[in-house]
Ligand binder design. Structure first.
Ligand code: NAD
Length: 467
């Protein structure tokens, strides 16, 4: 066995459901999926560990998290191997090694962001200050697209603030979820971080458990709405990081050659399976053909294939369900007369869930490929003549995670940015995140913020001490 495969072997169960590599169909391990009954035991463990973890104090908790980040670094290649085999992403580029390195960076950031007591009033005998106390047990529910780093985004701030965590990975990427929890647990006291495996019914049981005081949920809008309903009886606080349909708007003064690479990776990062990837692109008539040609030129050079092959930059889709979504949306676009610039012709007989890099031009804004979240490597490029129309189209969907404006004139771009209904607007790039900068959605993309000091506040109870 390859040395870097040791962690994958350790988290695999001896029996249970076979887990297959999405690039090849090869069996890579097995998972013993849990049931809703397993949730109570996991929450018991977390609830029992919480007072001791809180009593450790902020400094010692941060030190433990720093050691957890060191453990992630020490196992980075093994973690990257697990996520590449199970999720399908490539080892290189914005892939598995990048995700593993990001995990360590975000854990360190959560452990080193200051959150001092805020003195609100200090006038004679009047004194009021704001403290941030632990909530208790946090339930952390993750999707399958960035299965390791999203788990860290939920786990690390929650632990920092004195909570304990029960993590439920996506049923599509369970081995990866177990791997990151196991590695972090090398540095954490027992019971502070527990994983439960299983599908939506297990996530639902976690939301409904009366001892869970906060749910960090990242996933689709549809499931986010179910989480809101399930939470009504128990009122855990919620952070909901949900789906998006991010638009990019190119302004007429942009240089197509200069922006093409940024546009491509903004859309195709992780094969489009990224919440804040650019999922539709609006380009003015005056430079439309140049932008499309420049994008096609970049796309043609990006190698797609098995994630473990070091030369590849894009892998397969993670699962059949997502492959079907992308295929349906592209077929519908073709049927309504859109122009296929590249791709759109998957080899259905080939092994794995590969879908070719696809650019669809001269597509109308009402097409499902524009209006729905494709979450895959198929970018619709919509032509516009009136910038007002592009702004309206951008805002004309229920979701609002991110958006981007591409222009040589920063002031012009800023003026458009201010009018877009999105949690983040990037100028001349799309999708970049930073552990110091809060991230969250507008409209149906969810509520609550992650990262930075806002992210720490979101996993704590504010308490005013007055007098
Ligand atoms: P999903 O909603 O199908 O599943 C997410 C998680 O929820 C899984 O662990 C699943 O088992 C669990 N779940 C399913 N039903 C549940 C229920 N009733 N109660 C509680 N938990 C339940 O999402 P997915 O397909 O895994 O992920 C893709 C989606 O996630 C995309 O829409 C993407 O845009 C979104 N996403 C958003 C962000 C963000 O930060 N905003 C980040 C990554 C992905």
């Amino acid at each position: 066995m390859e040395e870097r495969a040791a962690l994958l072997a350790r988290v695999s169960a001896g029996s249970g459901t076979e887990i297959k590599d999405p690039a090849t169909g090869a069996v890579i391990g097995r998972v013993a999926f849990g049931t809703p009954d397993d949730v109570a035991a996991a929450v018991d463990t977390a609830a029992a560990a919480q007072p001791g973890w809180d009593a450790l104090g902020d400094q010692d908790r941060c030190a433990a998290l720093m050691r957890a980040a060191d453990a992630i670094d020490a196992h980075a290649e093994e973690l990257a191997y697990v996520v590449s085999r199970e999720q399908g992403k490539t080892m290189n580029g914005l892939g598995a090694r990048y995700e593993a390195a990001g995990c360590a960076a975000w854990v360190r950031a959560a452990a080193s962001t200051p959150l001092p007591v805020e003195v609100l009033v200090d006038e004679g005998s009047s004194h009021a200050e704001l403290h941030y106390r632990p909530i208790g047990v946090v339930g952390a529910i993750t999707p399958w697209n960035w299965p390791m780093i999203i788990a860290c985004w939920q786990i690390a701030p929650a632990l920092r603030m004195g909570n304990t965590v029960v993590q439920k990975p996506s049923e599509y990427t369970t081995l990866t979820g177990l791997a990151i929890v196991q590695v972090m647990n090398e540095a954490l006291p027992p019971g502070v971080l527990t994983a439960v495996t299983g599908a939506g019914d297990v996530g639902d049981a976690l939301v409904r458990d009366r001892r869970v005081g906060k749910v960090m949920f990242t996933g689709s809008v549809q499931t986010g709405m179910k989480v809101i309903e399930a939470s009504a009886g128990n009122m855990p606080r919620l952070t909901l990081e949900l789906g998006g349909n991010d638009a990019g708007i190119v302004l007429p003064d942009a240089d197509p050659g200069a922006i093409a690479e940024g546009l491509f990776w903004g859309a195709f990062i992780n094969n489009g399976q990224t919440c804040a990837a650019m999922k539709r692109l609006y380009v003015p008539d005056a430079i439309y053909d140049e932008v499309v040609d420049a994008l096609a030129g970049i796309a043609a050079k990006v190698p797609m294939g098995v994630g473990l092959d070091e030369g590849n930059a894009l892998g397969p889709l993670q699962n059949q369900m997502q492959w079907n979504v992308v295929n349906r949306l592209v077929e519908e676009a073709k049927a309504r007369g859109a122009r296929v610039v590249m791709g759109g012709d998957p080899d259905a007989g080939a092994p794995g869930y590969f879908y070719p890099k696809t650019l669809i031009a001269d597509i109308d804004n009402a097409a499902p490929l524009v209006q729905e979240e494709q979450f895959g490597p198929a970018l619709p490029i919509v032509r516009y003549t009136d910038l007002e129309e592009a702004v309206q189209w951008t805002n004309g969907v229920d979701v609002g995670l991110g958006a981007s404006v591409w222009s040589a004139d920063r002031e012009k771009a800023l003026a458009i940015a201010a009018r877009l209904q999105a949690g983040t607007v990037w100028i001349n790039s799309h999708g970049g995140i930073d552990p110091r900068v809060p991230f969250g959605g507008a409209k149906h993309s969810g509520y609550g913020l992650e990262f930075g000091v806002e992210g720490l506040k979101a996993v704590s109870v504010p308490q005013v001490i007055s007098g």
